[in-house]
Each structure stands twice: as structure tokens, then as C-alpha cells.
Design a protein around this ligand. Structure first.
Ligand code: C5P
Length: 202
């Protein structure tokens, strides 16, 4: 039997991360947050490194950098993510992860369209930019960062724009993706929809 892959894509702060972790736990699958790979490259670029060289020499310890969740690194990640050589350098690792014998959940921007177009289940998780900015604001404030709604909203929109309009692997739903709009859903309700979409083919 071929390994079971769940591809979960969508814009920043739509709830992908939460849904991916819950789906992985529910079905006992390994989980890869592919945004972390781009964040790790972005973080190394911020220290002055060439992003292509950084992507080509990425190691496991890069993913343990505690600064990967900052807004600066998120912005840098979406800048390095437009570079085709950076994306190419990260491709094999993601595909190998998807082929794990026990099955895997991968979340990102191009999993259903480019990395794993054969995934058994594809979900596209989205929400309005305002709802996503509000969620991100709460998260950043809780973690002690001082910011405000309009700054976060502008950041979310700038990142959406870069992710959706880049030439290589732009953010868009795969044709056969199940859409989940979490704007008016609780976390539990969003997770329940994702679980039932997986159950339908599992
Ligand atoms: O998901 P996260 O917000 O951590 O991703 C950070 C950035 O990495 C995104 O804005 C996007 O530009 C890039 N990314 C990507 N392809 C993926 C995952 C993330 O281009 N599969």
C-alpha cells in the first residue's frame, strides 16, 4: 500500500497548524510544518547568509531556532520562498517525509499542488484577512510582542500577496482540495471538518 498523505495548504494564520496537529494526532500520522523550513532559511538570511546556500545546507538544528516564530522571520521566510532555487533545495526533504511508511500530514502553501499532488486528501484552510490578523495579534500579544491590529493586518496582506502572486508554486487550492473556511468556526468545529474529510477516504 502506498503511504497515506494528507496535504493541508492555506494562508498565514488560517488555522492550518492547529488543524494539522489535530489531524496527525487523530490518525496517528507524522506531521511536518513546512513553513518552518522557509522560516529557518529566512532566519539564516537575516544573519547575512545567502538564502540559496542556506537552503542547500539546512540541518535539523536550524528548525530548533527559538526565533523562528517572530514576525521578522515570517516576513523573511515569505521573501526567500519566492526564490526557485530555495524551493528546489527543500523539495526532496518534504517528499521523503510524505512517503513515510506510517503516513504523514504536511502543511504549507504548495503541498497539494507541487510537493504532493498525489496526496490522498487535500485540504485548503482559509479565513478572511481580518480574522487571521486578529488571531495573529492575540498570539503575538500573548507571547509578549508589542504590536497592533493594523500593523498585523498589513503584514498578513503583504505576505498573502507575495505567497499568491509569486511565479513558482503560488498559494492556491488544488483542484480537488476540500475547502475549509475557518472565519466563523471554532477550533473544534474546524478540526471536526478536517477529520471527517480524511475519514471519507481513509
Ligand atoms: O506557514 P508559515 O507562516 O510558517 O510560512 C512562512 C512562509 O513560508 C510563508 O509566508 C510562505 O511564504 C512560505 N512557505 C511556502 N511554502 C510552504 C510553506 C511556507 O512558500 N509550503
Amino acid at each position: 500500500m502506498s503511504p497515506f498523505t494528507v496535504a493541508i495548504d492555506g494562508p498565514a494564520a488560517a488555522g492550518k497548524g492547529t488543524i494539522s496537529k489535530a489531524v496527525a494526532a487523530h490518525f496517528d500520522l507524522a506531521h511536518l510544518d513546512t513553513g518552518l523550513l522557509y522560516r529557518a532559511v529566512g532566519a539564516r538570511m537575516l544573519t547575512g547568509e545567502d538564502p540559496i546556500a542556506a537552503a542547500q545546507s539546512l540541518v535539523a538544528e536550524d528548525l530548533e531556532n527559538p526565533d523562528l516564530r517572530t514576525a521578522d522571520v515570517a516576513r523573511a521566510a515569505s521573501k526567500v520562498a519566492v526564490i526557485p532555487e530555495v524551493r528546489a533545495a527543500l523539495l526532496d526533504f518534504q517528499r521523503a517525509f510524505a512517503r513515510r511508511s506510517g503516513g504523514a500530514v504536511l502543511d504549507g502553501r504548495d503541498i497539494g499542488t507541487v510537493i504532493c499532488p498525489q496526496a490522498e486528501v487535500k485540504l485548503f484552510v482559509t479565513a478572511s484577512a481580518e480574522v487571521r490578523a486578529q488571531r495573529r495579534l492575540v498570539e503575538l500579544t500573548e507571547r509578549g510582542f508589542e504590536t497592533d491590529f493594523n500593523t498585523v493586518l498589513a503584514d498578513v496582506k503583504a505576505r498573502d500577496d507575495r505567497d499568491m502572486n509569486r511565479a513558482d508554486a503560488p498559494l492556491r487550492p488544488a483542484e480537488d482540495a476540500v475547502l475549509i473556511d475557518t472565519s466563523d468556526l471554532s477550533i473544534d468545529a474546524a478540526v471536526a471538518r478536517a477529520v471527517s474529510a480524511v475519514e471519507a477516504v481513509r
